[in-house]
Ligand binder design. Structure first.
Ligand SMILES: C[S@@+](CC[C@H](N)C(=O)[O-])C[C@H]1O[C@@H](n2cnc3c(N)ncnc32)[C@H](O)[C@@H]1O
Length: 192
């Protein structure tokens, strides 16, 4: 798929930002993520990818800054097929979707790595709070996240973004439905 799909990776590489919302925190014993926790190795990752791939971009910095108008413009033609969220905070998750929402097509897979990690997936916090908000209509009544059980196995982590407006959509490679489609039973039944 290297000539058909681009991977975009986003991270501060400086670790977690300071929390800005009660929705980011542990409600059970107050064991919150620390600013700077999970700092990464940007240079090492860039070197690793450069040696193996040419269909990727690594965007170092806050999502709020690295999801630029220029990049969002590119995603209008190269539509997202998989959005992989692994930023733990409700506030960071929300920032990403506030930028991406107008250009996500129906059917796009959205994976939430930390869905159950914070407060057992409470709707008050973390990535789960964002999912609950969207499904309550906070981003309009034409968009929702539907749990895809076939991808999630025993978790609540894999969703399909579904929109019911005139927003972006995927084009089928070949239409599945046509009037000459017939599925005959093999048991002699007159029913299709
Ligand atoms: C649990 S770590 C995961 C890191 C990486 N995906 C991995 O698997 O090793 C969460 C990451 O979210 C990043 N993060 C959280 N909020 C962010 C924001 N607003 N902008 C950019 N990165 C953010 C942090 O820098 C941190 O590295």
């Amino acid at each position: 798929m290297t000539d058909r799909v681009n991977g975009h990776a986003f991270d501060t590489f400086e670790g977690m930002p300071a929390s800005t919302s009660i929705g980011d925190g542990d409600l059970i014993v107050g064991d919150h993520w620390e600013e700077g926790q999970f700092a990464g190795e940007y240079e090492q990752l860039e070197r690793y990818c450069r040696a193996r791939y040419n269909n990727y971009e690594i965007h170092k910095g806050y999502f709020e800054k690295t999801l630029t108008e220029n990049l969002l413009g590119k995603l209008k033609t190269h539509k997202p097929i998989l959005i992989w969220i692994d930023c733990d905070y409700y506030s960071s998750t929300r920032s990403v979707f506030e930028k991406l929402l107008p250009l996500i097509p129906s059917g796009c897979v959205v994976y939430f790595d930390d869905f159950e990690l914070l407060n057992y997936g409470s709707r008050f916090t973390g990535e789960a709070r964002f999912v609950a908000e969207m499904n309550r209509g906070a981003f309009g009544d034409q968009v929702e996240l539907v749990l895809d059980k076939s991808l999630s196995m025993d978790s609540n982590r894999c969703y399909r973004f579904i929109r019911c407006d005139s927003g972006p959509s995927f084009q089928p490679i070949k239409g599945r439905h046509s009037t000459d489609q017939v599925r005959r039973r093999t048991n002699g039944s007159a029913l299709p």
